[in-house]
Design a protein around this ligand. Sequence first.
Ligand SMILES: Cc1cc2nc3c(=O)[nH]c(=O)nc-3n(C[C@H](O)[C@H](O)[C@H](O)COP(=O)(O)O)c2cc1C
Length: 165
Amino acid sequence: MISAIVYDSLTGSCQKYANLLSARLHVPAFSLKNAPVRSDGKIIYIGWLFAGKIVGFKKAAKKFNIAAVVQVGMAPVGPGSDEICREINSVPADTAVFCRQGAFNMGRLPLHFRLIMKLKNKDIVSKLQAKGQLNAQEQALYTMASTGVGQPADWNVDDIAAWAE
Ligand SMILES: Cc1cc2nc3c(=O)[nH]c(=O)nc-3n(C[C@H](O)[C@H](O)[C@H](O)COP(=O)(O)O)c2cc1C
């Protein structure tokens, strides 16, 4: 039984996914900073990707019983994404993994992150240009990287809600 959603969000995507799941599952959503520690029940943790790592996951794992972790990054989600997430973040075998595409907003980033992402986005744009035909998530990423702001291809939580129910 999931008793809460806990998230860490820099620009709002993880918060949006947390609110969507909170409404679907009728449980509260808390930011990691403000989440009360509860000994009862399990939580779903949602964190944004920073160089492949889910921000806040380690900290959250010390405080909460995490039944599922949701990674949110600007990159498209593919068939191998769950396994890569599990490996990079050392997600235990009994914790479910879900990968989602989130939004990107250069204007809402602190300066040091803006400098990193300016370079990274140039690289993303040239790789996607070389690819030619893009799927919906790749097209969303192209918009984010080339303009500095953009939404994911969709904000779907159906499979996560079905798993939790
Ligand atoms: C410094 C930095 C590093 C990032 N690294 C990754 C990454 O490794 N993979 C990825 O898919 N997205 C990466 N992103 C993009 C964010 O994870 C993405 O925009 C996410 O939707 C942000 O979630 P939030 O809106 O809840 O903060 C990075 C963003 C920043 C600012």
